[in-house]
Design a protein around this ligand. Structure first.
Ligand SMILES: [Zn+2]
Ligand SMILES: [Zn+2]
Length: 299
């Protein structure tokens, strides 16, 4: 190889190594995991503003101290999963811009489940971005009206939230695509009827990880609801937990950061990558559901 060719090869190689698809260097507006956690110290409210932080590669937490809103980015546009409360929506928008991304490049909004603390800000973010909201059919009416469905175990506990426009329905197992992004919907009903978990693969250079946004799986309800009165719903709940446990899972992220110890993992005091995290998360949900059913039956 001539010196000139060697130099050219080195330059090309250097360029390729410096600019892999999903690993731009951290934008100026992102803070470190440690800083994100420090700024949330003693502040864990649903609407407590937090600085944006990279979770992994093209996956960013742009939500609040108490609620996760995930931005999954690509050169062909971005997908936002969840939007915390209506009150938090302007902070989420600011976080997206602070990372150097344009609001108008957020093309799709997805949701974990149809409760105020995760869906309350979707209507406002949809107006600010022009994004299409895609949801599973059991969540549709709730996302549009902001009012809990009759079959929500927590009916009557959560205040109404501003509605959004649902632009398309996603089926269990369907893949939502945007440019190079491909996020699979997994029905994980139980906490709510429309509860949905999402999985995809993100790459930091040559290193790729399976990311799972595992929705809330707690068997919570109002005082009069009994899970044992709804055997088909409980069966679907269990099937969703099995599905979650079986997902190839390198990095688990949950709508409430504490449910997957996210702050410790961002701060580096617990491992970010844990292939057993989804199975353990599902097992915890199963144990709490079993305890709840036993309690209802006086055992
Ligand atoms: Zn909820
Ligand atoms: Zn919640």
């Amino acid at each position: 190889m001539s010196a000139k060719a060697a130099l050219l090869a080195a330059m090309l190689g250097g360029c390729a190594a410096a600019a892999p698809v999903h690993q731009a260097s951290a934008p100026a507006g992102a803070v470190s995991g440690t800083e994100h956690v420090a700024q949330c110290q003693g502040r864990d409210g649903w609407s407590d503003a937090a600085p944006p932080v990279r979770v992994y590669a093209n996956v960013w937490q742009v939500g609040t101290c108490g609620i996760v809103a995930l931005l999954v980015t690509s050169d062909a546009g971005h997908i936002l999963i969840d939007a915390a409360t209506d009150e938090a929506a302007p902070d989420i928008a600011r976080n997206i811009e602070r990372l150097g991304f344009k609001l108008s490049d957020v093309k799709i909004i997805l949701n974990g489940h149809e409760h105020l603390d995760h869906a309350g800000g979707i209507g406002a973010l949809q107006r600010m971005t022009g994004a299409r909201l895609l949801a599973r059919s059991p969540a549709r009416a709730v996302l549009e009206s902001g009012e809990a469905s009759a079959d929500d175990p927590q009916l009557g506990l959560n205040p109404k939230f501003p509605g959004a426009r649902v632009d398309g329905i996603v089926a269990d197992g369907e893949i939502v695509r945007l440019g190079p992004l491909a996020l699979t919907a997994h029905a994980t009903p139980g906490h709510t009827p429309g509860s949905t978990s999402w999985s995809w693969r993100s790459c930091a250079g040559a290193e790729c990880r399976n990311i799972v946004y595992g929705d809330s799986i707690s068997a919570l309800s109002n005082d009069s609801y009994r899970f044992s009165d709804h055997p088909a719903y409980v069966a679907a709940f269990r099937a969703g937990l099995d599905r979650l446990a079986g997902l190839g899972c390198d990095i688990l992220i949950t709508p409430h950061p504490g449910a997957s110890d996210l702050h410790a993992r961002l701060a580096g005091t617990a491992p970010l990558v844990d292939a057993k995290a989804c199975a353990r998360y599902a097992a915890g949900g199963r144990a709490r559901l079993d305890a709840r059913l036993a309690k209802e039956n006086g055992r």
